[in-house]
Design a protein around this ligand. Sequence first.
Ligand code: MN
Length: 248
Amino acid sequence: MRILVTNDDGYLAQGIHTLAGAARELGDVHVVAPDREQSATSHSLTMHYPLRVRRITDDLHVVDGTPTDCVVLAVGQLLEERPDFVISGVNHGSNLGDDVLYSGTVAAAMEATMLGIPAVAVSYTGRDPDEIEAWQPVLTNLLRKMLRRDFPPETLLNVNLPAVAPGKVEGIRVTTLGRRAYIGSLTRALDPSGREYFWIGGGESKWWGGPNVDFRAVHSGFVSVTPLHLDLTNYRLLEKIGEWDLNP
Ligand code: MN
């Protein structure tokens, strides 16, 4: 089994070391990851400047681009053989509900899915990245079970680990995406020269959703596993929008 490991926090992050360690129990691991923080870059592709790749070892390359760039380069150029599986993470922070649309971690797995390669994104919902290392045996176990099955096409699995010690996990729940809203996460202020600036981030957030949403699972101490597909079509509305008579 050939496994490509990537992330969006950069190749020096604790999370990717833990994930690569877990994956090495299951197959040959090649890491191709951003050379710096690329969180919240979503599915962006670098097209307007060249990409540079630094080979650290035979099985570690770093790229001055996004997580999506890493998957594209790894599969298209850097790896001698196409990977059987792509794993992204472990992200430092949750990727739950609406946040999967901003996440570089999830986008790397989406890119693999688009290339026809089974993919899993993994995120840790706790605040301290040093806590991720203890999850390595749990991740090996979980990934082994996921790789063993016939992986569904056009689908990736979005895994979120609860902010508890691995020994305290309640179990695993297969979930749906919840909803999330941020409050006070847009700051408007003046820089030291008196010029106005804006800063997105921080603040409070609230989540909501049905009984089976990902947020509820991790807040109850469960590992959340959400199957995601990339077709955003709202099939329930096809007929209704068709009735709008949009013809001129
Ligand atoms: Mn990140």
